[in-house]
Design a protein around this ligand. Structure first.
Ligand code: NDP
Ligand code: KPL
Length: 330
């Protein structure tokens, strides 16, 4: 039986572990700091629209990784800025019976386009997942997932392209764990499509009036689409989905608040920022292709300064960032 090593015990990783636990799939949740100590000692408080449970998960601390087996699959659920260190560590662990973990399958769950290439530097079999899972981790020991009736939607494929029996088998297990799951031969298109949304996460960091917030969202996403297409990406369209998601929604009063997506959560927790891999990915592609991405560059810069100064969401005005965009040339 496949055993899943889930690396990162935050919003996505701890909720995956709770879903695997309920489905009877074999897994170990590996985390660090107070979060994994709390989950190991007291269980995970897991809130879903139908109620809250304390789940006693199988855990390990990142400093004392479990011995790996040949049938393990690694699920990378850290943020992109931690993917380099995490894959450097996890690639070279011994595997029972011989070999190193770089030959085990590894699935990247990050938003953005960077983590697959980071993983491919060391892992020979990389699978990418594009996930729409409204999850929240802002309090130690607690994770909320507001998707209903299923926790969320996962699209998965071999990176950079294709499908193989391992991708299909991971997809089957994710479906058994309750996710609306689809496998894709061209996962890069789904990752690019998701980035069109995630470049707008950054808007939630700034104090705004609603009208200007919509203007910022449209500018960031529109600019990202132009740059991605110029860089050769062909973002997938929602209508291409083969899995029926028409009944899926984010439940009211589920603990998932509008305007508090994953980037906001990191700033609220005082954790590091993923913005350089979201808006920064668009800026990087623009520069590679001789184009300008002033909106993504301005929001990237404003978010970086907020992080540098330890600022909380809502302490800088959105108008100031929109004005900065008008001054940026490249
Ligand atoms: N939250 C959401 O709703 C969604 C998130 N995503 C994406 O999923 C990815 C994960 O996000 P999310 O779950 O929100 O992130 P979180 O910050 O909630 O969780 C990541 C966890 O990984 C831990 N971590 C970092 N490095 C290591 C390591 N080397 N070993 C063990 N643990 C480690 C972090 O610890 P520490 O706190 O100490 O840094 C943190 O607890 C991101 O790319 C995000 O954009 C996608 C869709 C939805
Ligand atoms: C799925 C979604 C939109 C959840 O809010 C997300 O990607 C995020 O929080 O970054």
């Amino acid at each position: 039986m496949t055993r899943y090593i889930i690396i990162g015990a935050g919003a996505v990783g701890a909720s995956l572990a709770a879903q695997f636990h309920a489905a009877g799939l074999a897994y170990i949740l590996v985390g660090r700091g107070r979060q994994i100590d709390h989950i190991a000692g007291h269980g995970l408080s897991y809130r879903r629209p139908d109620g809250q449970k304390t789940v006693r998960l199988t855990t390990a601390h990142a400093d004392t990784p479990p011995p790996l087996r040949p049938d393990d699959v690694l699920l990378l659920t850290v943020k992109t800025q931690d993917a380099e260190a995490a894959t450097a560590f996890w690639a070279w662990q011994p595997v029972e019976g011989g070999g190193v973990s770089a030959d085990l399958p590894l699935v990247t769950f990050q938003n953005g386009l960077a983590s697959e290439d980071i993983a491919l530097r060391r892992f020979s079999r990389v699978y990418a997942a594009s996930i729409k899972v409204p999850a929240r981790f802002t309090e130690i020991g607690e994770v909320v997932v507001g998707g209903a009736p299923q926790p969320g939607i996962i699209t998965l494929g071999r990176y950079p392209g294709g499908l193989d029996p391992t991708a299909k088998s991971i997809g089957t297990d994710l479906a058994a764990a309750g996710y609306l799951t689809e496998v894709s031969e061209d996962i890069r298109r789904w990752k690019a499509a998701k980035l069109l949304h995630n470049v707008t996460n950054v808007v939630e960091l700034f104090a705004n009036v609603n009208a200007r917030s919509q203007e910022a969202i449209a500018a960031l996403s529109g600019e990202a689409r132009v740059i991605l297409q110029a860089a050769g990406f062909d973002p997938a369209a929602e209508e291409e989905r083969r899995v029926d998601i028409s009944g899926w929604h984010v439940a009211e009063n589920s603990g998932i608040e509008r305007g508090q997506q994953s980037t906001w959560q990191s700033f609220a927790r005082g954790a590091s920022s993923e913005v350089d891999y979201l808006n920064g990915e668009i800026v990087r592609l623009a520069r590679l292709h001789g184009l300008a991405a002033p909106f993504n560059a301005a929001f990237q810069q404003a978010a970086a300064l907020l992080a540098r100064d330890g600022g909380k969401p809502g302490t800088v005005a959105l108008e100031a960032v929109l004005s900065l965009a008008m001054t940026i040339k490249g």
